[in-house]
Design a protein. Structure first.
Length: 145
């Protein structure tokens, strides 16, 4: 079970994964060694899964974001597994979530522009196993990412 210091460590690392151990320890009220021990335990126990770079997608030429609702023609276990496996191979799919509701999956797609998105939708998303229908919602502005 996590205590308030564990939660504080996780929050600090979510804000800045490159924080030095000394600075992290000071922010959570520990010395370096106990802080490092807690970090390793949080990693080993699966609370911290890894560390990532926050990328400027506009500078990288991939600032167009769309969300796609996907409805499948078959939602039996084998169909879901086939969809899940195939969708992980599409680089432009940044996130994919199975949804309880009027559709089956919500995908976050990142591309350079609308033309690139249309190609991804037509040649990759629509051809995923068991996709029956899609609906697209284009992001006009990201307020919080």
């Amino acid at each position: 079970m996590l205590d308030k210091i564990d939660h504080a460590i996780i929050r600090e690392l979510e804000d800045n994964a490159r924080i030095t151990l000394t600075a992290l320890a000071a922010r959570v009220g520990l010395s370096k060694t106990p802080c490092q021990i807690r970090m390793r335990r949080l990693e080993n126990d699966g609370y911290i899964l890894g560390y990532r770079a926050q990328v400027n997608h506009r500078k990288m030429g991939a600032h167009h974001v769309a969300f796609v609702q996907a409805t499948l023609s078959d939602t039996r276990s084998t169909a879901l597994k086939a969809f899940n496996k195939a969708v992980t191979l599409i680089h432009e799919v940044e996130q994919c979530h199975m949804i309880a509701g009027d559709f089956d999956y919500l995908l976050k797609i990142r591309t350079a522009d609308m033309d690139a998105y249309r190609t991804v939708l037509g040649e990759k998303i629509s051809t995923l196993p068991h996709v029956k229908q899609t609906s697209t919602f284009v992001v006009m502005e990201s307020v919080k990412d």
